[in-house]
Design a protein around this ligand. Sequence first.
Ligand SMILES: [Zn+2]
Length: 993
Amino acid sequence: MTSTSSPQMLILLFFSFISLSSQSFSVYRLLPKTQTDFQAIQRLYKNATDHDLNFWKTGKDKHGFWDVMVELKNEKFLMDYLQINDISHVKTIEDVEKLISKHENNQTLSKMFPRLWDDSSSAHYDFHTYGSYQRMTDWMKQLVVKYPKMVQYISIGKTTEGRNIDGVEIGGDSRTKKIFWIDGGIHAREWAAPHTALFFIHQLTSRANEPGIKKLLEEITFVVVPCLNPDGYEFTRSSTNPHVRLWQSGTSDDPCSEIYQGPAPFSEPEAKAVRDALLSQRYKGRTDAYITLHTYSQIWIHPYGHKKDAYPGDIKDLYEVGKKAAQALKRVYGTKYVVGSGADTLYPASGGSEDWAKHEAKVKFVYLLELRPDEKNWDGFILDEKELIPTARETWEGVRVVAEAVLDRIVAQKASTPREAPKARGFRFGDGTEGSCFDVRHACKRWVQEREELCRTVPIFMRENCAYSFLLILTFIYERIQAIHNTDENSAFHNFKLIRINPETENSVKYLRSLYEDSSPYELDFWQPPTHIGAIVDLTVAPSDAPKFVRDLESKNINYIVAVNDLSKAIENERGSDKFYNPIAGFAYDKYNSLDEIHSEMKRLKKEYPTMITLIDIGQSHENRTLLVMKITGKRNPLGSKISMWIDGGIHAREWISPATAMYIAHELILGYENDATVAKLMDHIDFYILPVMNPDGYEYSREKNRMWRKNRSPAKCHRQTFSTVCCSGVDLNRNFDWFWASTGSSSDPCHDTYHGSSAFSEPESQAVRDFLEQNTPEAFISLHSYSQMWLIPYGHRKQSYPQDYHTGLRPLALRATKALYELYGTKYQVGTGADLMYEASGGSHDWAKGQLKVPYAYLIELRPKNTMMGHGFLLPEREIVPTGLETFESIKVVADELVAQFVEPVIRAKLSTTTRPSIPPYRRGYSIIDTTTMDPVEELAPVKKTFETSPPVKCMDYGDYCRLWGVLQLCYRDQVSKLCPKTCDSRCSFAV
Ligand SMILES: [Zn+2]
């Protein structure tokens, strides 16, 4: 790992990269005649990766046909296979690369002359050629300058490689207008799609004064994201080598196959970005049309695509508008489109964004368009540049029909109350039922479920266990070359590794514990300390110590993986683009904000909602920052007094998702009061006290100085070691509360991350919280942390130590809360005490709240991500802030509702009751529905022996990412390679010559 950037290797990489270009590729069309033929081709398709076959097109039944690209060296295999099975075929493209050069890279005269039809202003895009992603975004930015009132630039997310996924909103800033969503380019090789989307932007902006367009823009805001997959697009542009140009990240269960669908719906950042945008406050409930552009086949597709004969309830509307659109399209140049569902016209495939948009996002008009050319044209994805404008123009006419249908609907809705659409036929999205993608390698699927980038981030591991296609290796090499070029030597955590360990023996646990508790010869930072066998340990190691440390682990037979190879990259990736929500005074709910930004947003909210919000300064930190609590409450107060709930965040500095979630909860409460009767009712009975940043000094320190800082910033204290005195600052505030203080799971060493301080409540931050809560004791206390997705119940200081109402109150409510959380996005939480689930730790604030302050419901929530195999630990990407906030709010509502049931409703009943009863037994919402057998989404209470799939013992593996790669590339015959990778090239191993 440390030697990856040596020049020798780089040269070798370039060599293997370039040498592939000399291969030639052809495309065959396979024409089944019988069901047997069809099945034989299907078998071929399922094993495509093994034979390096690149399917451009799949047939839906024995009447359809298939296009497959094959490399010269595999042509014989294909021919033999077709002959043995007696399948008719015809060669449609002799030399794919030649065709690419001819159609897509021709230096024609057109490039030398300015486009006459386009206006001559600075906002200019050449629609005659395939432009770079940079060119696309530059042009869109120019449009914002040119049309400041009409066009707004948006970023909906970030790709794996860190590119922004950008687009424009056209139609002004009104939040009441309907949204018409258009995206393109989710499949990298389908170049005509992003260009068609760009052309739509051009049509809408340059012709905004045409009566037809003007009418649309008055009622509709168009959101166009032309290129959803800029990583893939740029990669396919990087070479005319057909392997590169026609690379596709698509849908399949085999992570290494070209149609890999990702571990679950929306595991890909690009797809997630679309989902999050459509579900965002900005677009939610406003989107009436969703069009996603693909190539090729000339089909106008409506949902559903996962299964034949499955349709949404309003299929008639969808079909009729689609038919009309196809007719309008045809009138332009006579181009014929087929209209139907994806499953009926193509091949059933689940997980499509269009199905999701219809079924889950409840968008009315949803279409997937397969653009030119049609199936009779043999050039497939390689559409000639000269066809770009005609394609875009005709498609626009079709899209305009859909826009008019949206307009009609708006008019109709204004005229009458909307009629409920009949319910869609029941099916679960991407549930793997018949018609879903193939499950080729179960183990690979399982591993990749842990994290989508697995193939790339731990290539050794993946290639050891999963067959690997050339295509993915090419991607890998490409990324590596890029990574080497982009290396930023200056960043603080450059090349720090996040190592994830699965200790399988008592000795391993013991050894790791000694590293954690005693002094360690390595520079380690434990993110998840060792607890018991089978519980994942996360730690980071400095690059200088990494080789020694992993060799140490290997010698002790401890299983590990390198979860993050370069922490600085993960830190960069954590922060996404912030343009999506119009930032007010620098604050945005989908990014990690500074303390100043958080405080000014709180003040802004107070100004905007003076009757709902009070700001309370409960004290100062060591460095004199304010501990600012926001009290949020409903305007009504039917009983004359209210109960209360406390939520704090950011007690640990580096757990950034925690303050972000606290702010998101505040945001949902405030907005909910106007729009959601349930939320309004809760707020009319409950005062919510939210302290978003309980450790402001540490938080700022983690932003400015050390991303991995955990404690507060109390002045340095010194302690003596054998030969010297060491001084360190900071106290772990969540070990500083008065609950069995300093007895378990905390350290008396000021340099340790869990230093408990000089006494209980020695710190101004913990004092301030104590003093405030003693005066205002709430009915529920919730402290937000990250990470590992656990809902922790008191007590955490000792194993199997519980409050009296653990089984009757605390735990049943926790199960219901996490169930509600799970319902939103399927995020699973474990429920139990911290001591039982992880490790014993005394001095925790939630334990103190329950044990000393006698708060009925006290919890500590460890937010996303989960600490399984893959995941970024504390470095949760910004794009997950909103989903985390939304799902957590679901659970907060459950807790709040329980408080109302137990502490408010009895009072109401007593007031209403004429007979005076001395006491009314508390009523608990949970009782009737608590049935642990139906709780399967929630993982059950510990201590459970966690079963955990690990890699089988690795034998033929060298230390170093590239050895496996060279092995797969069969380069062991080279002296240099066999010298550098002796184990990989060992004659007993599969990659030896
Ligand atoms: Zn924490």
